[in-house]
Design a protein. Structure first.
Length: 238
């Protein structure tokens, strides 16, 4: 392989590392933000479930108090029945007792429904608390890892940039300019293998003549499909 082409192979590897780190650094703030939003959502969802449970508990207490009140009023009237002297007043009192019985039955039904609801929600809420705790723990670990990575990446990026600059010094300035333009336009891949008689980046089939030229490794050949530089990777075979 022509040393100039070999230098491009080394340059592609060095610049690819730098490119990957640059993309990772650019994405880190959004990734951290996304995890923070998930953490907030976990807390909000649990708080909503807690609030619903407490509201149903409050309504249950209210209904139980209302039931006790209706029962007390019913019992009071029953206790006064034997003191009533006229038939008209007696019939009116019996009707009132009956009305309280109907109302008591309705409230008892509501209490039973609320009791079932509160019992079910208590069980579900406990499960959600455990799930939320585990989920929150995982998210916090992820957030800690991303924040730690955010503090480390600058040093790695500086080292990768320096390594790429060292390799770039061995490349002709005009060729380096062409390579850089392709690299920037093709998402960090300016040089790609041609083994198997096709471009490994855009999958375009290569003519036998192009394949032979690339195999010799003495000339710069670019893919007609994507304009990337082509080379023959001896580690991949034919």
């Amino acid at each position: 392989m022509d040393p100039r082409l070999a230098n491009l192979v080394d340059l592609q590897k060095a610049m690819a590392v730098r490119h990957r780190l640059e993309k990772e650094k650019a994405e880190l703030p959004e990734r951290i933000k996304a995890v923070e939003q998930q953490l907030a959502q976990v807390g909000a969802t649990l708080q909503e479930a807690e609030a619903t449970f407490k509201e149903h508990e409050r309504r249950l207490r209210e209904k139980e108090a209302e039931l006790q009140d209706v029962q007390a009023k019913e019992n009071k009237i029953k206790g006064q029945l034997f003191q009533i002297k006229t038939n008209k007043e007696y019939q009116a009192a019996l009707q009132e007792v009956e009305n309280f019985k109907v109302k008591r039955g309705q409230i008892e039904e509501e209490v039973l429904i609320l009791l079932d609801t509160v019992d079910d929600e208590r069980r579900v809420l406990q499960e959600r608390r455990e799930e939320s705790k585990a989920h929150e723990s995982r998210l916090k670990m992820t957030l800690e890892r991303l924040q730690k990575r955010s503090g480390e990446i600058d040093a790695e990026l500086a080292a990768a940039a320096q390594a790429a600059d060292v390799v770039a010094r061995n490349v002709d300035p005009d060729l380096l300019g062409r390579f850089q333009r392709v690299f920037d336009a093709k998402d960090g891949v300016a040089l790609t293998p041609a083994n198997g008689d096709y471009c490994h980046s855009c999958q375009v089939h290569l003519t036998p003549h192009v394949v032979q030229v690339v195999k010799r490794g003495q000339d710069f050949v670019t893919c007609e499909g994507c304009s990337r530089f082509l080379y023959w990777d001896s580690e991949l075979g034919d």
